[in-house]
Design a protein around this ligand. Sequence first.
Ligand SMILES: Cc1cc2nc3c(=O)[nH]c(=O)nc-3n(C[C@H](O)[C@H](O)[C@H](O)COP(=O)(O)O)c2cc1C
Length: 180
Amino acid sequence: MLFELLKKRRSIRKFQGKSVEVEKLETILRAGLISPSGKNKKPWKFVVVDDGIKLDKLSKAKPAGGQLVKGAPVAVVVLGEAEKSDTWLEDCSIALTFMQLEAEEQGLKSCWVQIDKRPSEDGRGADVIVKEILGIEGDLKVLAILAMGYPEEERPFYTEDDMDFSKVHYNTYGTSYKIK
Ligand SMILES: Cc1cc2nc3c(=O)[nH]c(=O)nc-3n(C[C@H](O)[C@H](O)[C@H](O)COP(=O)(O)O)c2cc1C
């Protein structure tokens, strides 16, 4: 069952105007909140954004690759508490992925929009811009924005052809894994 969900998950960048039901959004947030983390420190904060003006501003936080946020009815900005854990990046990435998969399970589509390490047009960094938009002061990291909603475009499901088994090695690196 999970594998079927994984195969149909694709990044979607065009959304219908329809808003996301609160129950669905809250299930997605719950999925993030129970994701695993190093030493169970849960070094994350999530900011739910459904304010159109803020979504518009967030979509311009970096010069390219973020425009889709503007067209999404809702987004979750994933923030990391680096001072709390040296695995914040891994933990927050897993939390975001859990939310992305739960969004899929809820019949929604989504796209990860990277903010960490991305520049902004004015050279201050996309994270600085996002923090300004959301009123964040202090040391929080900004990993990414998970934009989601009902899809306005379709993308093909993954098939066997997309699974590159040459990336899998067996016992010794360089020894290919024989597919059964
Ligand atoms: C770490 C990470 C950062 C990403 N950043 C962006 C982004 O800034 N903008 C965007 O449109 N897609 C972004 N994506 C989505 C990828 O482009 C997408 O996952 C990839 O092309 C594979 O397509 P799929 O998600 O449909 O399998 C990101 C994905 C990951 C995992």
